[in-house]
Ligand binder design. Structure first.
Ligand SMILES: Cc1cc2nc3c(=O)[nH]c(=O)nc-3n(C[C@H](O)[C@H](O)[C@H](O)COP(=O)(O)O)c2cc1C
Length: 484
């Protein structure tokens, strides 16, 4: 019987195999068997692009996958895109140190300049010779090396970079930085740097879940250190499996790309209004009419548009989540306040109405708390209609070039969205089913259809962040053709 040598597979296939194996707690050989079985049973369809195969395999295994699929990383951070960027890589002493070699290669392929610091323990796993050959630079190992300290010095080393990456980040390195230790070159550089730090932890699952490591991670996150991984999977050194595997080199590259914000900015110079969250319509000073909207989808869209360079003005109803980074946020309570805030922000290039605005409000709001009086029964609430903010802007004389509405429906999703499209003067409606079983309201995932004059485009279920990224890309594409 023939056997497959995984080492001989294409890099892209090998990466996919490694990632899916880790996610599904399988060995790479077992994952290869699953993939071959799926291919033989015709479940993969005709042999196509690797990202299609990855998607199908995820659907078959029910795995949501990592934040950034392998094929997506290759296309998002193609070769050359880290040109001019300087990465200071600190390699800690763990089994995953061998992956640091591949990480250096991946970074250099993308034209980054990579300088490496190795801890004493790291040198037990990989040699300075291999690291130096791959990084094409001197490898720094000793805080008290007279030549290094004279030529570069630990302070310069820590500053002459755009980003400091620790991969693998050992439990020990995390503990040192969390507690401010500086007793070797790596820890001294980490505490002396004024640049962002990204850690890719790798350790045994028991070490990762130890309260001390969890405490250190929380402290580091609070101090602004970014993390990528670890993933679940088999440990290289034992038969144990669990959370603790270092993120794959391409995932680390994606995280580096995100932190250095190298993405293209097709929405630079565009002003976009986004509404998000519920509205609260008061009945008296303590009671109000509300809905289950969490603001997660609207806030994610605002953040995704900002990542593409837009000047985003978010008008948010009362939510329990943080304001998105890079966005100007204004907080309102009621539908009327939201309408006024939106109108004050006009003109704009686009407006995206994600907020679940209450359709009705109580005609009056009592100045004092309404008392429960024995024998009188509940107070009669007379409801009046709230302004329709989407329709108001869709037909406004200062109408933005692109108007996008959201339709949260529990029945007749597409028919209702199509009716809304015409009535509200929107360019497209993002229709989502918010019936209780779907868990969309308040949840982290969403399944939407894009309804426009040209038809209905059904998107697969994905995280709200993925919906936001995809919608922002669609808006960028549409705005290219809109003359304002
Ligand atoms: C075979 C072997 C594998 C190890 N793997 C890891 C690991 O994956 N993660 C980790 O945090 N520590 C690991 N350690 C322990 C570290 O090497 C040890 O804590 C060391 O002091 C870390 O030093 P550094 O943080 O300066 O690199 C391993 C030790 C040995 C002997």
């Amino acid at each position: 019987m023939a056997s497959i040598t995984i080492r001989n597979l294409d890099d892209e296939v090998k990466d996919l195999l490694r990632r899916l194996a880790a996610e599904n707690d399988r060995s790479m050989e077992e994952q290869a068997r699953v993939m071959i079985r799926a291919a033989v049973e015709g479940q993969l369809g005709p042999v196509g692009r690797i990202d299609q195969i990855e998607k199908t395999l995820r659907e078959l295994t029910g795995s949501h996958g990592p934040a950034t699929p392998v094929a997506a990383v290759s296309s998002q951070i193609p070769r050359g895109t880290l040109s001019g960027k300087r990465i200071l890589l600190i390699v800690g002493g763990g089994i995953a140190a061998y992956k640091a070699l591949d990480l250096i290669r991946r970074l250099r392929e993308r034209d980054a300049a990579v300088r490496v610091v190795m801890t004493a323990a790291a040198q037990e796993f990989v040699t300075t010779l291999s690291v130096g050959a791959l990084s094409a630079d001197h490898v720094f190992t000793d805080l008290f090396d007279r030549n290094d300290e004279h030529d570069v010095g630990h302070i310069r080393l820590s500053r002459e970079a755009d980003l400091v990456v620790v991969a693998p980040a050992t439990a020990d390195l995390m503990a040192k930085l969390a507690n401010g230790h500086a007793n070797d070159l790596a820890s001294t550089v980490l505490i002396a740097t004024d640049k962002p730090v990204l850690m890719a932890p790798a350790m045994n699952p028991k070490m990762w879940s130890h309260p001390a490591t969890r405490r250190n991670r929380a402290t580091l996150q609070k101090d602004g250190v970014a993390f990528v991984g670890p993933a679940k999977g088999e440990m290289a050194e034992s038969n144990e499996a669990g959370e603790g595997r270092m993120a794959e080199p391409l995932e680390i590259v994606a995280a580096i790309g995100a932190l250095l914000d190298i993405s293209p900015k097709p929405l630079a110079g565009r002003k976009i209004i986004v509404t998000s969250g519920p509205t609260h319509e008061p009945i008296d000073p303590v009671r109000y009419i509300a809905n289950r909207s969490s603001g997660k989808q609207g806030h994610a869209i605002a953040a995704a548009l900002a990542r593409l360079g837009a000047d985003v003005r978010l008008v948010s109803g009362p939510v329990g989540i943080a304001d998105p980074a890079g966005v100007t946020t204004q907080h309102v309570e009621t539908a009327n306040e939201m309408k006024d805030a939106v109108e004050r922000l006009l003109p704009a290039d686009a407006a995206v109405f994600v907020a679940a605005v209450a359709d009705w409000r109580s005609e009056t709001s009592a100045g004092e708390k309404i008392k429960k009086v024995a024998g009188e029964g509940p107070p009669a609430l007379r409801m009046v209609e709230n302004p329709d903010i989407l329709a108001g802007v869709g037909h406004h004389r200062k109408r933005p070039g692109l108007v996008v509405g959201f339709a949260a429906e529990t029945q007749d999703l597409v028919r209702n969205a199509e009716a809304k499209l015409a009535k509200k003067g929107a360019d497209f409606i993002v229709a989502n089913d918010v019936s209780h079983e779907g868990g969309v309201m308040g949840g982290d995932r969403n399944k939407v259809r894009i309804v426009s004059k040209s038809g209905v485009d059904e998107w697969p279920e994905m995280s709200k962040d993925e919906v936001a990224t995809r919608l922002a890309a669609l808006i960028a594409k549409r705005l290219k053709t809109v003359v304002v």
